[in-house]
Design a protein around this ligand. Structure first.
Ligand code: ADP
Length: 268
């Protein structure tokens, strides 16, 4: 068994995590063997996650670039009608923004995952929500959407910049996934016991299918990849990470074709 154990450790050190030693009834060191098996499994899982991550990032970079180069090629045609030319330019701009926001979001997410320190101060959460809604006005007014804010006066002790990012992602999603003319409602209330607050962002949008619902907070997950207006599936993971760093939780309920409600509970 000593030989097999040493072999297994050697394989692991060379990146082969397919190790499954059998301790055998009354063999020596069953606990050490079990630990080695566990270590190999965990290292294998980590390696798999790393590979998945690289392949998602490559895909997220590749697909907008393919589209940019395709539309740039179409623009070479000097006889293009102006409306088509404008449409191709809009696509190129949107796709370029998508790659650029991928870079930003990845950096932010990895900074948070490495253990960011919160720079907390006391401020009015309702005023922050009002500011976020105002900041997104170009997006919702272009879609002729109604945005309603119903917010109690809530004072919070939090990292203002980080939380602003989380609210922006949630409200921006509500706008993106709600057709023109729809309604987005942001409701903020203090918890009944006075401990903490609850913020809900609801929309009358396209909703999320039950099979997608458990996954929407995963990195790079998009319910419908072909859907126009989507980003790169990092907005919700970022928002969740920020909320969790504040000791809060975020949950979602949704109905296809009816709308979605994202609920954030923050402790006092
Ligand atoms: P994205 O950048 O694609 O919007 P997110 O991480 O913010 O990525 O969201 C993940 C996915 O969850 C989206 O692609 C979309 O399919 C779904 N989603 C998020 N918010 C909503 C919403 N309010 N209504 C419908 N679908 C939503």
């Amino acid at each position: 068994m000593r030989r097999e154990l040493l072999d297994a450790l050697d394989r692991i050190s060379h990146g082969d995590f397919n190790v499954n030693l059998t301790a055998g009834g009354r063999g020596p060191m069953p606990d050490v063997i079990e630990s080695v098996n566990q270590m190999a499994k965990q290292l294998g899982d980590l390696e798999q996650q790393r590979q998945d991550f690289i392949s998602s990032v490559s895909h997220e970079i590749q697909s907008p670039l393919t589209s940019i180069s395709g539309f740039a090629a179409l623009l070479q045609d000097n006889d293009l009608p102006p409306d088509k030319r404008q449409h191709y330019l809009d696509v190129i701009q949107a796709e370029a923004e998508r790659v650029s926001s991928l870079g930003d979001n990845l950096l932010r997410l990895s900074a948070l995952e490495e253990g960011a320190t919160l720079v907390k101060r006391r401020y009015r959460l309702d005023e922050q929500l009002r500011g976020v809604i105002l900041g997104l006005e170009p997006q919702w007014s272009a879609k002729k959407q109604q945005v309603e804010l119903d917010a109690a006066n809530v004072i919070i002790d939090a990292d203002e910049d980080m939380l602003r990012q989380a609210w922006t992602n949630l409200v921006h999603n509500a706008i993106k996934y709600t057709p023109p003319g729809g309604t987005i409602r942001v409701h903020l209330s203090a918890a009944v016991d006075g401990k903490g607050s609850t913020c809900q962002v609801s929309d009358t949008g396209i909703g999320i299918d039950g099979v997608d619902l458990p996954h929407i907070f995963e990195r790079f997950y998009r319910a419908d990849k072909s859907r126009a207006g989507g980003g790169n599936g990092l907005g919700l993971p970022l928002a969740r990470k920020i909320i969790e760093l504040h000791g809060g939780v975020v949950s979602v309920t949704s109905q296809l074709g009816v709308g979605s409600v994202l609920t954030v509970r923050l402790p006092a």
